[in-house]
Write a protein that binds this ligand. Structure first.
Ligand SMILES: Nc1nc2c(ncn2[C@@H]2O[C@H](COP(=O)(O)OP(=O)(O)OP(=O)(O)O)[C@@H](O)[C@H]2O)c(=O)[nH]1
Ligand SMILES: [K+]
Ligand SMILES: [Mg+2]
Length: 408
């Protein structure tokens, strides 16, 4: 029997089993069995190098966003509109057969947007090109799940399940469980929060299923069986996802209103144009861009050479998910020896309590901060007090100050 058939069999057994206190342990064990099989399914077939037939596209820019969805929901139309890169769009399903990259330039940053073939139910088990498509989603910083507003609302659930089946966790944070395998010493089990959804015995059973007999386990929150399995498997990827309901031009206003209120959702139309200032724009694409940028959590940092105005032309772009946002991360971005040479950093912007703030390597920078690195041999900038943003610095810095007043 193949792996997929075995998963199906266990799923059927779980569906047959009534959920109650007596079956809790058995169900937990079955969940662990499925998780193990799914991990096996993800391993490259023996004898292959592990890649080759995927949609490998070189990473570019400050972040990567993947368009995931059923066929013909408008992914390619959206890519063409947002990036200007043409991706064939047509009314028949599976128009797109490979990965098409485009670039969005937004707020002085470059974001790689990837158009992908449509996926269907069963994608995680290899239907269509589902596995390759999901692998690309896994490599991205944000997933835009494109949905057809006129189609079944169940699509959102089906696709989320497909992505979860291969270890993607959308809009979740990693469970607060410390887990470390040991060579000897048995299982040490501790909690710092009351557990209502899993107990010590069930944890032991799951560890037994994984043939783990020595480990340290510490629950820091009221986690579930699935959370515990995720932590043992250790290969989960936690990614943000925005659900994009396209084609709202073909549904009624009540439906639009309902969809727009779903969590993490935005409604758009690539066909319908609305008047925006003096020109016509596709409905809500500007909001989609703003939302996408916000979700990516990019942090633009402008450098200021000593005694000169900051360089507002090209920011260094940091991200909490990719490498971090501290002064140290910033230094590593600029030059590999800078951390060693730095005496302290002068910081202007929303992360600074006063202007300029003297900061060390661990200071967390925020979007649009201005930073001057003072090296060990250099003298400090003359004159303290506020950094003069009214002279020839861009108006948006002043604007930003108005919106986010300085922390006292
Ligand atoms: N009414 C309406 N039609 C749209 C909208 N956006 C795209 N379409 C149409 O939907 C059809 C499918 O668009 P595509 O961009 O090819 O969809 P896709 O998701 O890339 O499809 P596959 O590559 O086959 O998975 C085309 O006929 C588009 O013109 C929209 O906002 N409203
Ligand atoms: K299509
Ligand atoms: Mg397409």
């Amino acid at each position: 029997m193949g792996i997929i058939e075995r998963i199906k069999e266990i799923e059927a057994e779980m569906a047959r089993t009534q959920k109650n206190k007596a079956t809790e342990y058995h169900l937990g064990q079955l969940k662990a069995k499925i998780a193990k099989l799914r991990t096996q399914l993800l391993e490259p077939p023996k004898g292959s190098s592990g890649g080759g037939d995927g949609f490998e596209v070189t990473k570019y820019g400050h972040g990567r966003v993947a368009l995931i969805g059923f066929p013909s929901v408008g992914k390619s139309t959206l890519l063409t509109m947002l990036t200007g890169t043409h991706s064939e769009a047509a009314s028949y399903e599976f128009t797109t057969l490979t990965c098409i990259p485009g670039v969005i330039r937004y707020n002085d940053t470059k974001i790689q947007l990837l158009d992908l073939p449509g996926i269907i139910e069963g994608a995680s088990e290899g239907k269509g090109r589902g596995r390759q498509v999901i692998a690309v989603a896994k490599s991205s910083d944000l997933v835009l799940m494109v949905l057809d507003a006129s189609k079944s609302e169940g699509h959102r659930q089906i696709l989320t399940k497909e992505l979860e089946a291969v270890g993607l966790r959308l809009n979740k944070r990693p469970p607060q469980i410390y887990f470390k395998k040991k060579k000897t010493g048995g299982i040490s089990f501790n909690t710092t929060a009351p557990l209502t959804r899993i107990d010590e015995k069930l944890c032991y059973q799951i560890l037994h299923e994984y043939k783990i007999h020595n480990a340290e386990v510490l629950f820091r929150e009221d986690a579930t069986v699935d959370d515990f399995i995720d932590v043992i498997e250790g290969n989960r990827k936690y990614i943000k996802c925005v659900y994009v309901y396209n084609k709202i031009d073909v549904v009624g206003i009540d439906d639009v209103d309902r969809l727009a209120r779903q969590p993490n959702s935005i409604v758009i139309s690539c066909n319908l144009k609305v008047k925006f200032c003096c020109c016509l724009k596709q409905l809500n694409l500007d909001r989609l861009l703003a939302r996408m940028w916000e979700e990516m959590g990019l942090v633009r940092v402008y450098t200021k050479p000593q005694g000169q105005q900051p360089d507002f032309d090209e920011p260094f772009v940091l991200s909490a998910d990719r490498g971090g946002c501290t002064v140290e991360d910033f230094c590593n971005h600029v030059h590999k020896t800078l951390v060693k040479d730095m005496k302290y950093a002068l910081v202007w912007g929303t992360s600074a309590r006063h202007y300029p703030q003297h900061c060390g390597l661990s200071h967390r920078l925020e979007d649009e901060d201005v930073v001057q690195i003072v090296k060990k041999k250099e003298r400090e900038e003359g004159g303290r007090g506020r950094f003069k943003t009214h002279s020839n610095a861009p108006a948006r810095i002043a604007d930003r100050e108005k919106k986010a007043p300085l922390k006292q």
